[in-house]
Design a protein around this ligand. Structure first.
Ligand code: AMP
Ligand code: GLY
Length: 430
């Protein structure tokens, strides 16, 4: 029987812990630090250790006799947690610091994509504000300006006019709003199209794509308003038909993994390609994430019928190619409920009501920013819950998720009313 540690405390980590706890070969799941959702899950226990304190995590693994650690968020991966665990002889599922640069540095990724002829938006990087302004001045609109390093989803500006472009350059390079993450920025061409998430499990050049998914990053209905970590997601994504799937594997995923091996930094772990399918149907890489998506994990894992620990072990032990993943054929859709103010300054500490009645075989409320205090569950983050439902059709999954959302209440709760709209429209027309 295995003991597993999950690092992180968001909706993705609740879904990972929930799924892994169902594995027959798992006796105990620890989550560091977890949230109110993981605290109440059978077989699951929270450890109050910060994901950034690698020494304390190593101690916790030894003390709790953990057999395998799975890293949820990007920051510890980019900081080299897997390398540290390897040095200590502890199995850890995730990429080492070298390949984690795919998420840790936009400039690294853009140069890597160009070196391996992987399609992406045309770009230039700058560390000097005057040079950046001069380049921006002659760049067609809109243009996209990105802080080089990790900025929790806030480091990207789509500038519709030159004033916005100059303001973004000022904020990143001069005011240093993102600290070290903003010593450098990338200015790139805006690509119109439809965004999809393409998530795989990879080990060297071996790769298993997970079920397809799409998320909604904009805060407001109709994909308007500021960018967020993700306001909802669904799986499968009808936009990714078998032709496009094959093209993404051939033009993006295989060359990326091959390129990393050639450059001496083979990838192990979840690999998430954020792609724009442009108006000609060509997939282009917008970004890489070196981890599972949040909230994509929630609907994807609702549909996973295989044992997730077995899948991670197959990757770690070089058996990925002979592994077949089984999926529930139904659709899953998750609606993220957020605190008032998110993605800006938001309220916290509000009591959440109505959680007890909604979980069923088809509906699962994954917690993100929640905290247990006595018998009460309080909001404790911008993204608070991801209410996820299965359905025979995407429209049914959507209706069922929103019925559950309507029963959950707290002061200032917000959500988008239209998660899945594009795919529901597309399926209606077919
Ligand atoms: P990133 O963190 O690089 O994925 O950027 C955050 C979001 O900005 C993406 O999910 C897209 O919605 C949008 N975005 C980024 N780059 C581009 C681009 N070149 N063209 C259009 N939209 C983009
Ligand atoms: N859903 C977007 C992300 O995980 O980065």
């Amino acid at each position: 029987m295995m003991r597993i540690l999950i690092i992180g405390g968001g909706g993705r980590e609740h879904a990972l812990a929930w799924k892994i706890a169902t594995s027959r070969s798992v006796e105990r799941v620890f989550v560091a630090p977890g949230n109110a959702g993981t605290a109440t899950e059978p077989k699951v226990e929270n450890l109050s250790v910060s994901p950034s304190d690698i020494d304390a995590l190593i101690d916790a693994v030894k003390k709790n006799r953990v057999d395998l650690t799975i890293v949820g968020p990007e920051a510890p991966l980019v900081a080299g947690i897997v390398d540290r665990f390897m040095q200590a002889g502890l199995p850890c599922f995730g990429p080492q610091q070298g390949p984690a640069q795919l998420e840790g540095s936009k400039r690294f990724t853009k140069a890597f994509l160009d070196r391996h002829q992987i399609p992406t938006a045309r770009w230039q990087s700058f560390s000097d504000a005057n040079l950046a302004r001069a380049y921006a001045r002659s760049h067609p609109l809109p243009m996209v300006i990105k802080a080089d390093g990790l900025a929790a989803g806030k480091g990207v500006v789509i500038a519709q006019n030159y004033d916005q472009a100059f303001a973004a350059i000022q904020e990143i390079l001069v005011d240093q709003r993102f600290g070290n993450a903003g010593q450098t920025l990338v200015i790139e061409e805006f690509i119109a199209g439809e965004e999809v998430s393409f998530i795989c499990v990879a080990a060297g050049t071996a790769v298993l794509p997970l079920a397809t998914s799409q998320d909604h990053k904009a805060r407001e209905a109709g994909d308007q308003g500021p960018n967020t970590g993700g306001m909802g997601a669904y799986s499968p994504a009808p936009r990714v038909d078998s032709g496009l799937h094959k093209q993404i594997m051939q033009e993006v995923i295989h060359p990326t993994l091959q390129g990393l091996v050639e450059e001496g930094m083979p990838y192990l772990g979840f690999l998430y390609a954020g792609l724009m399918i442009d108006t000609h149907g060509q997939p282009k890489v917008l970004e890489y994430n070196c981890r599972f998506g949040d909230p994509e994990t929630q609907p994807i894992l609702m549909r996973l019928q295989s044992d997730l620990v077995e899948l991670c072990l197959a990757a770690l032990e070089g058996r990925l190619e002979s592994y077949a993943i089984k999926w529930d054929s139904r659709f899953a859709l998750g609606v993220v409920m957020v605190a008032e103010g998110y993605p800006g300054e938001y309220r916290r500490g509000d009591e959440i009501y109505g959680l007890a009645e909604v979980d069923s075989d088809e509906v699962k409320v994954f917690h993100a920013g929640t905290l247990q205090e006595g018998g009460r569950i309080l909001t404790d983050g911008g993204r608070v819950l991801c209410v996820t439902a299965l359905g025979e059709t995407l429209a049914q999954a959507q209706a069922s998720a929103y019925r559950a959302v309507d029963r959950i209440k707290w002061q200032g709760a917000g959500w988008r009313p239209d998660i899945g709209w594009r795919a529901v429209d597309r399926l209606k027309d077919n």
